[in-house]
Design a protein around this ligand. Structure first.
Ligand code: MN
Length: 479
């Protein structure tokens, strides 16, 4: 983060190539501990690397305390924000959710710049659902299950930990491996990674069943019903946050409590301690520095989903072959002038099978058809898009290989730059490969988030000279 001092306690910083004005840095947001806005911004920067994988591509709601959390006697005013307002910087990634009578636009907390901006506007708490948006903006099935263990009157954190262990036994029998997070408020959240094959309603039903089973076995300790009157001296196993329209405070989020506590991932060994306590932001920063992300395994499922996320990319080693393949791509672009990804280093050799089709409003409208292969996105430009009739083949002009990161690119390439114009993701997903003969023929079945399953054959026309990059794309009958 490059910093430039301006007047008073304000600063302009440059994060991920975005300029962000940080104001009132010395404002105290937690009076009891004297924790300032500068401290909050520094905290989120320190945990960004471990936090972002858990919030990425989720509709983020914000709880803001613009004048701080106040005191016990005079709590600060909090407001809850779902929809983005006009003051949101244009570079903040966003997605829309259509509700019955209105639509809300949510920010995606996908990078350090967005996290920094959220800290700047005193969005101390960040809440996210258990599902992610797909690359085309579709709502995917949940990729994690959550149970919120909430202590009733007279119950404490160690009681929650006891119920967490009981829930863990049941979840293990179901083939799930839950991980605990002390919420920084009262209780414990248990998260378990899912394979994304079940809908939010199905996951909710399972979580509800589990809560009822715990209550039946331990009626003196557990309650599964939200009604407060039932909760005295017991732990509520709140299963309802698995609903598609509910959120849970994100792992590593600060809490708007009197002290700057954090929703902190914990080990099961820690949970067994009689001295178990919630952690504050300074403790969490030290832990992250020392041991990284205890919740790492929660996003492991994303690796098999073949999405070209940085986590996915990091798993592969580079090959010289892939390194060479991006030379042409790089030579056409200046990282300082285009928002497109321009990887400096070598390309990663992946064995993934992701695809993307981008609608590209360049000087001539076309659709870019890209298949992940040998560590790059092998690419064709389709002036008429993909064929929708079996009998009508479309022209597909092979273009330079693109980096895998390009599979998530949407935005505006500036006028005058190579390919200047707007790019949208038309469809994205994974594909099954039937045949790949370099420079001759490719047959693949695409599983698109948005447009479903289609099988295509790409066949080189055999031309040379000017026509050497010309292929035809043919829609095939599915097997
Ligand atoms: Mn293009």
């Amino acid at each position: 983060m490059a910093q430039k001092k301006t007047s008073g306690s304000d600063q302009i910083v440059s994060v991920d190539q975005h300029r962000i004005r940080l104001t009132h840095l010395d404002k105290v947001l937690y009076p009891q501990t004297g924790t300032t806005k500068a401290d909050v911004i520094a905290y989120y920067a320190a945990v960004a690397e471990v936090m972002l994988p858990h919030v990425r591509d989720r509709a983020a709601t914000r709880k803001r305390w613009v004048n701080g959390v106040g005191t016990e006697k005079k709590p600060g005013m909090m407001f809850f924000q779902k929809n983005l307002d006009e003051s949101t910087p244009s570079w903040v990634k966003r997605r829309t959710i259509e509700h019955k009578d209105h639509a809300n636009q949510y920010p995606l907390v996908n990078d350090l710049a967005t996290l920094t901006w959220l800290a700047q506007i005193a969005a101390l708490e960040i809440h996210v659902p258990q599902w992610q948006f797909g690359r085309t903006g579709t709502i995917k099935n949940p990729d994690r299950l959550v149970l919120d263990l909430d202590p009733g009157d007279g119950m404490g954190l160690t009681d929650c930990a006891e119920v967490a262990r009981l829930a863990r036994e049941i979840l293990k029998d179901m083939g799930l491996d839950p991980m605990p997070v002390t919420s920084g408020s009262k209780g414990i959240h248990l998260y378990a990674a899912l394979d994304g094959k079940q809908t939010a309603d199905q996951v909710s039903a399972v979580a509800h069943e589990l809560a009822r089973a715990l209550e039946a076995d331990h009626p003196d300790l557990v309650v599964s019903d939200m009604k407060k009157s039932l909760r005295d001296s017991r732990i509520l196993v709140d299963w309802s946050q698995n609903s598609g329209n509910k959120t849970t405070v994100a792992p590593y989020s600060l809490r708007g409590r009197m002290r700057p506590m954090v929703a902190a991932p914990r080990s099961w060994r820690e949970l067994a301690s009689r001295d178990l306590a919630h952690l504050d932001y300074e403790q969490v920063m030290r832990r992250v520095k020392k041991s990284g992300d205890l919740l790492d395994a929660l996003t492991a499922g994303h690796l098999s989903a073949l999405e070209p996320t940085p986590e996915h990319m990091a798993r592969f080693d580079a090959t010289p072959q892939a390194r060479d393949r991006l030379e042409q791509y790089r030579s056409k672009r200046d990282a300082a002038k285009t928002p497109e990804p321009v990887p400096k280093g070598r390309a990663a050799a992946s064995s993934g099978r992701s695809f993307v089709i981008q609608e590209h409003h360049a000087s001539r409208l076309h659709w870019d058809f890209r298949l992940e292969h040998d560590g790059v996105l092998v690419s064709w430009a389709l002036p008429k898009g993909v064929p929708t009739e079996y009998k009508k083949n479309h022209l597909a002009v092979q273009t330079e290989d693109h980096p895998i990161e390009y599979g998530t690119f949407e935005g505006d390439i500036p006028k005058g730059e190579y390919g200047g114009g707007h790019v949208d993701i038309w469809d994205a997903g994974t594909y099954e490969l039937e045949k790949w003969r370099d420079g001759e023929e490719v047959i693949a079945t695409l599983h698109g988030e948005k447009h479903g399953k289609h099988k295509y054959a790409l066949i080189h026309t055999g031309g040379d000279g000017k026509a050497e990059n010309n292929w035809l794309i043919h829609l095939m009958k599915a097997d």
